[in-house]
Design a protein around this ligand. Structure first.
Ligand code: NAD
Length: 331
């Protein structure tokens, strides 16, 4: 299985899951951008079923070479930070998220595979127009990041329709858990609280998301790959919990869990292109694959806090990089 973006948050946790719980031989292709962290795979780098290729999904020749022996591709490589796409513009987002996906899709036209999973995002929906948001919810991406994810998502669908390729489009909601860059809201709150720094909240903090523990996401991706092809080919599948929690409430819970005062919460102006509310429908994915999230938010948050407490060297090293934290964000 090729897992692109393996040094990033979701794919690194997914690779740990694959090596722990499945017999897959895994190859990861990762360009090691500011978001890619080799430390995320350090404990498994020498594993006999893992190989790591340092390279870019936009490199046509390299992609053709890497997929030669692959049966399954999970494309998780992306520019993933909403805030960065708003502050710095969409250029890298378009080339990695859209063109990178197109290069992988063209590669599987030449070298067929059994499955191609595109990790899209719930951000493609924009703010919830219905509760919960199912896969037929309109696509109203509200940030350059979200628009490039929507582009890749529909491009993958078009390759399924046009070329009859075994493609499934997966739309995870907001993941959290170990190994997530502290630019994202939950690890940012945890690391800010651990340092007695203010927890910066956009606007009044009412924006809510459907928070998915990253190990549950890994199990969902595995379940989608294991489902009969005729059931999931060409389908869009949410990976969600069906519960939403506001950013404000998360700040409160993090401070409580760490025994810090609530007045560490600091409000900053609302984010441009803010998505108000996200809550995902879990019905289709459960019906087609049997998967359902197993980790409650309380349990997932406790495990995440424990991981950041135990891995201070990991997050201090990330924060010390020039691009440590690109400001406050809700996703
Ligand atoms: N984090 C979330 O809550 C969330 C939710 C829904 C969907 N997603 C999607 O899941 C995927 C993984 O997200 P994440 O949060 O783990 O991201 P991340 O930023 O932690 O990791 C991205 C990885 O991709 C690599 N990468 C970037 N550009 C590359 C390129 N051109 N070629 C090869 N590798 C490249 C980076 O080095 C990094 O290791 C992304 O596609 C993202 O859009 C994330």
């Amino acid at each position: 299985m090729l897992v692109t973006g393996g040094a990033g948050f979701i794919a690194a946790n997914f690779i740990h899951h694959l090596l722990r719980s499945t017999p897959y031989e895994v190859v990861s292709l990762d360009a090691l951008t500011y978001a890619g962290n080799p430390a995320n795979l350090k404990d498994v780098m020498a594993h006999e079923r893992l190989s790591f290729v340092h390279g870019d999904i936009r490199n046509v020749d390299l992609v053709a070479e890497v997929i030669q022996d692959c049966d399954v591709i999970v494309n998780a490589a992306a520019e993933s930070h909403v805030e960065k796409s708003i502050e710095e513009g969409g250029s890298e987002f378009v080339t990695t998220n859209v063109e990178g996906t197109q290069i992988l899709l063209d590669a599987i036209r030449r070298k067929p595979v059994e499955r191609f999973i595109l990790i899209s995002s719930s951000e493609v929906y924009g703010t919830a127009e219905s509760d919960p948001m199912d896969e037929a919810h309109p696509l109203n991406p509200r940030s350059p990041y979200a628009a490039t994810k929507a582009g890749a998502d529909r491009l993958a669908y078009s390759y399924y329709v046009t070329y009859d390729l075994p493609i499934t489009i997966v739309r995870p909601f907001n993941n959290y858990g170990p190994r997530q860059h502290p630019e994202k809201v939950i690890p940012r709150f945890i690391t800010q609280a651990l340092q007695d720094l203010p927890l910066t909240i956009h606007g009044d903090g009412h924006a809510s998301r459907d928070w998915l523990y990253v190990d549950d996401d890994a199990e969902a991706i595995e379940a989608i790959i294991a489902a009969p092809l005729e059931r999931v080919a060409g389908e869009v599948l949410n990976v969600a919990t069906g519960v939403d929690i506001s950013v404000n409430e998360i700040a409160e819970r993090v401070l409580d869990a760490l025994g810090k005062p609530q007045d560490l919460r600091a409000h900053v102006p609302e984010r441009l292109g803010q998505v108000d509310r996200h809550i995902g429908s879990t019905e289709k994915t459960e019906r087609l694959t049997g998967w359902r999230a197993r980790t409650s938010f309380d349990e997932g948050l406790a495990r995440t806090i424990e991981w950041y407490r135990d891995n201070e060297a990991w997050w201090r090293e990330v924060l010390a990089r020039p691009s440590g934290v690109a400001g406050a964000s809700s996703s």
